[in-house]
Design a protein around this ligand. Structure first.
Ligand code: S6P
Ligand code: ZN
Length: 187
């Protein structure tokens, strides 16, 4: 079997800003392009998060990775969060490492099982195949984390746009609370 020999590389993760240098590709997500992700309609086109990617060929022999920097803020009672996704190839796993700030990772299976894990600097999270995942900034400073996953995984955003997650992370009396999502499963 022949294999493609790639050049090794090193990037620097800034533990303060969460940015990667060099960044091969940067993505930004603003409130208005997050569709109906929040219960309430956002009233401004605020920057919610940025993703700083290290690109490699998207095969199952490689590992893609990036950092995400998620700003603090809320829409109604819901904290700023990522869109959330399943991997297109469902069994592909992923690892997250908390770098800065305080967060919640909401996980759910297609069968409706769900779990919330708390993210902080140094927390390491294993996301097995079959679990959709969304990150939520429950603190007052940016939430930054590093993620690495099998490079052919792909992203299925449509399933989450249609069904949502079974639970939401909202502010209740000044602290994060996990509550049922009244719209879960609605087409
Ligand atoms: C990729 C990994 C993360 C997210 C990023 C943004 O598999 O889970 O890099 O892509 O945190 O979230 P989302 O849901 O908009 O892709
Ligand atoms: Zn992922």
């Amino acid at each position: 079997m022949t294999m493609e020999l790639l050049a090794p590389f090193t990037a620097q993760l800034d533990l303060g800003s969460g940015q990667l240098d060099p960044t091969h590709k940067r993505i930004e997500r603003r409130l208005m392009e997050m569709g109906d992700a929040y219960l309430e309609a956002p009233d401004a086109d605020t920057l919610v998060y940025e993703v700083f990617n290290l690109q490699v060929p998207e095969t199952n022999a490689n590992i893609l990775s990036c950092t995400t920097v998620l700003q603090p803020g809320k829409v109604g009672r819901e904290y700023f969060m990522t869109k959330g996704h399943f991997h297109e190839i469902r069994d592909r796993a992923e690892v997250y490492v908390g770098v800065r700030g305080q967060g919640a990772m909401v996980l759910a299976t297609e069968g409706g099982e769900h779990e919330v894990q708390w993210m902080q600097p140094g927390s390491v999270h294993y996301i097995p195949g079959g679990w959709a995942h969304r990150s939520v900034n429950v603190g007052s400073e940016p939430l930054a984390f590093y993620a690495a996953w099998i490079a052919d995984a792909g992203h299925d955003y449509g399933s989450i746009e249609q069904r949502g997650f079974p639970v939401l992370v909202v502010e209740e009396d000044g602290a994060p609370a996990v509550v049922p999502n009244p719209r879960y499963g609605a087409a």
